[in-house]
Design a protein around this ligand. Structure first.
Ligand code: RP5
Length: 202
C-alpha cells in the first residue's frame, strides 16, 4: 500500500468522513479504501442499512463508508460531508424514511456520482411516502430507487456492485457466484418439496 493510500485511510477514519467498514472489520480494523458511501437520515435506519453494509462486505468484498446525514436536522453538515467525500467513493447509497429528501439532495450536490435510494418502511404510510419522495425526482437529479425495506436494502448493495463491476472483472465474478447461490436455493427448495407436501398433508 502506498503512503498516499495510508494517508487517505487515516483521513477517512476521522469522524468527519464517517466509519470505514470492510470485510476485515469496522473503523481501525477495516482495510482498503471505501468504494461506496452508505448514508442514512438517522441511526434508527441502521438496522435496515446493515443489510446493505453486510451484503457489500461479505458477498462482494466491497469496503464502504457509513455516515449519518440528516437533511432535516443538520443540512449544513450534509453539504460539507457530501462535497468532501474521499475520491475513492464511486457510488452513494442513501436511505431515509418519511419525507425522504436525502438521496435527491445528494444527487444534486454530486453531479459525478450515481445515487441509489432505499425507502425505509416507517410510520403511518409504511414507506410509500419515502418511495414517492425518492422516485419523483425532477429531471436532472436522478435517483435509482430500490424496493421499500429489506429487499431494497440488499438490492442497493447488489446494484452498487454491478455499477462498480463495469470496470472490475473480480466483482463480475463475485456477482456471478452470488447469482449461482440464489439458483441453488431454488434447487434446494425443489429437492425438499415432496417431503414438505407429505408433512403438510398428514
Ligand atoms: C428520516 O426520518 C430518517 O431517515 C428516518 O428514517 C426517519 C426517522 O428518524 P428518527 O426520528 O428515528 O431519528 O430522516
Amino acid at each position: 500500500m502506498s503512503i498516499q493510500d495510508e494517508h487517505a485511510i487515516r483521513a477517512i477514519l476521522s469522524p468527519e468522513h464517517g466509519v470505514l467498514v470492510s470485510p476485515e472489520g469496522v473503523g481501525a480494523q477495516a482495510q482498503g479504501l471505501p468504494r461506496v458511501l452508505v448514508t442514512m437520515g438517522s441511526d434508527s435506519d441502521l438496522p435496515l442499512m446493515m443489510k446493505t453494509v453486510n451484503t457489500l462486505r461479505y458477498e462482494f468484498g466491497i469496503a464502504c463508508l457509513v455516515q449519518i446525514n440528516s437533511v432535516h436536522r443538520d443540512l449544513r453538515s450534509v453539504v460539507k460531508h457530501i462535497e468532501n467525500l474521499p475520491a475513492s467513493v464511486q457510488v452513494v447509497i442513501a436511505c431515509a424514511g418519511g419525507a425522504a429528501h436525502l438521496p435527491g439532495n445528494i444527487a444534486d450536490l454530486r453531479a459525478d456520482l450515481p445515487v441509489i435510494g432505499v425507502p425505509r418502511d416507517l410510520g403511518a404510510l409504511k414507506g410509500v411516502d419515502a418511495l414517492l419522495s425518492m422516485v419523483q425526482m425532477p429531471e436532472g437529479a436522478p435517483v435509482a430507487v430500490m424496493a421499500i425495506g429489506d429487499a431494497g436494502a440488499v438490492n442497493a448493495a447488489i446494484h452498487a456492485a454491478k455499477e462498480l463491476a463495469i470496470a472490475d472483472p473480480t466483482l463480475k465474478e463475485r456477482l456471478q457466484t452470488y447469482a449461482e447461490k440464489r439458483k441453488a436455493r431454488v434447487q434446494g427448495q425443489n429437492e425438499t418439496l415432496a417431503t414438505k407436501i407429505e408433512t403438510a398433508h398428514s
